[in-house]
Design a protein around this ligand. Structure first.
Ligand code: NAD
Length: 416
């Protein structure tokens, strides 16, 4: 099945424009990126051979502030996906009301097949080619799938070498020693857990005992599993790119971390009482809450009808296709969309940038205390709109985000 994440984004924009009663011309403006940087980067591999990689940065919309968004290193990264992710970042920042726009980057490569030395070279090459276009007040990258704090450090270092000045606000998700923020490592999951708690409350349910499946055991999914277990949820299923495991009575997440650390993957691991399943089986296994926290497009027309969860929390970006959305709506599944569910990450990235610009740093408690009301209030606004207009949480979140972006665009020019 061909992935078209940007088409999926456009469908959501069209719905919002209609819902908000905006002129149809807005659809074009909201689906046209300001700039696409499509570059080739070359490095010398450990073998001594030169290799060229495709590198992207899409600067989608900066009406509300500098472009903001991660960089993904993945063999399947492509321009359509990077465009969709950049656009979603603009909407996400607007949904949680932080003064940033939307951007995203990527390098088409397989980090699992690269040495640390080659990954450093690719990161520096990306920074070098993008230096004229990024900056603390222009475009602020961050980690995404298969990139991390170490890669952000390489990019910052290369950028500062090229520009000859210190600019920690260039990039977020940095190591603490370079101006990273306390609480950034858990922010996406913290934010997801806050909005899930609010939804559970709004539905008159209790958190304790709800059975959860998490797809993906990386920064977002692994941390979410830990936080939810602490809050009394039961983690019954988990997976990584190789496969998953399921146990109806629940796992101990610390044990899962040890297994992942020791074996490298959940594929074919033997855990007492657990069965080994594929990622496809995992998504349709029995649970109350399903948390896709890996890649986009995994909930589609082929499996949406089989999903057992009553609640879906999209920690991944774009995990549900519009067709699947319709099916889930008909099944009365409550789905917290990515632009709200995983917005804790960009919110604490914004806090990191604020701390860098002020050169004054907060404690982890201050970071969490500032994150919680933003997530709770954003959820309440989305929930209220969804209830008032009888629409899905995604349609409500998009309408709020698109409304705020078009308001900022309108303030900037009468010719919008
Ligand atoms: P990560 O690289 O830390 O982890 C990704 C996880 O997904 C890994 O466990 C990997 O094994 C798994 N995975 C990869 N391919 C898979 C497949 N085909 N099937 C099942 N699992 C697969 O990445 P992350 O930072 O946790 O990001 C995960 C998702 O969350 C992405 O969509 C990302 O855009 C989104 N997100 C992350 C953050 C953040 O702060 N980390 C913020 C917002 C959104």
């Amino acid at each position: 099945m061909k992935k078209t994440p940007f088409k999926n984004y456009s469908v959501n924009v069209e719905k919002s424009v209609k819902l908000l009663g905006l002129p149809k011309e807005f659809i074009k403006k909201l689906t046209t990126p300001n700039r696409i940087l499509d570059k080739k980067i070359s490095i010398t591999m450990d073998s001594g051979k030169k290799q060229t990689f495709q590198a992207y940065r899409v600067q989608f919309n900066n009406a509300r502030g500098p472009y903001k968004g991660g960089i993904r290193f993945h063999p399947d990264a492509d321009l359509d996906e990077v465009k969709a992710l950049a656009a979603a970042m603009a909407v996400k920042c607007a949904v949680v009301g932080i003064p940033l726009g939307g951007g995203k980057g990527g390098v088409v490569c397989d980090p699992k097949k690269l040495s640390p030395n080659e990954i450093e070279k690719i990161s520096r090459a990306w920074a070098k080619v993008m230096t004229p276009y990024i900056g603390a007040n222009k475009d602020i990258p961050a980690p995404d799938v298969y990139t991390n704090g170490q890669i952000m450090a390489f990019i910052l270092d290369e950028f500062e070498k090229n520009t000859g000045k210190s600019e920690p606000g260039l990039i977020t998700g940095k190591p603490l020693s370079l101006g990273g923020s306390l609480g950034r490592d858990t922010a996406t999951a913290d934010g997801g857990a806050f909005v899930l708690r609010e939804l559970v409350k709004a539905l008159g349910m209790k958190e304790r005992g709800l059975r959860v499946i998490v797809q993906g055991f990386g920064n977002a999914g692994g941390t979410m599993a830990k936080i939810l277990q602490k809050a009394g949820y039961v983690i019954v299923g988990i997976s990584d790119s190789h496969g998953g495991i399921y146990n109806s009575v629940g796992f101990d997440v610390e044990q899962l971390e040890r297994v992942k650390h020791d074996k490298g993957s959940f594929k074919d691991v033997a855990i007492k009482g657990a069965k080994n399943i594929s990622n496809e089986e995992l998504l349709v296994s029995d649970c109350d809450v399903l948390i896709p926290a890996a890649l986009d497009g995994v909930i589609h027309v082929g499996n949406a009808g089989e999903i057992k969860a009553k609640i879906i929390v999209e920690l991944a970006n774009g995990p549900t296709t519009p067709e699947a959305d319709e099916i889930l709506s008909r099944k009365k599944v409550f789905l917290i969309p990515d632009v709200l569910a995983n917005a804790g990450g960009v919110t604490v990235s914004y806090f990191e940038w604020v701390q860098n610009v002020q050169n004054y740093y907060w404690t982890a408690e201050e970071v969490r205390a500032r994150l919680e009301p933003i997530m709770v209030n954003s959820f309440k606004a989305v929930w209220q709109m969804a209830c008032a207009k009888k629409i899905s949480l995604r349609d409500a979140a998009f309408a709020i985000g698109i409304g705020r972006i078009t308001e900022a665009m309108g303030e900037r020019s009468l010719k919008l």
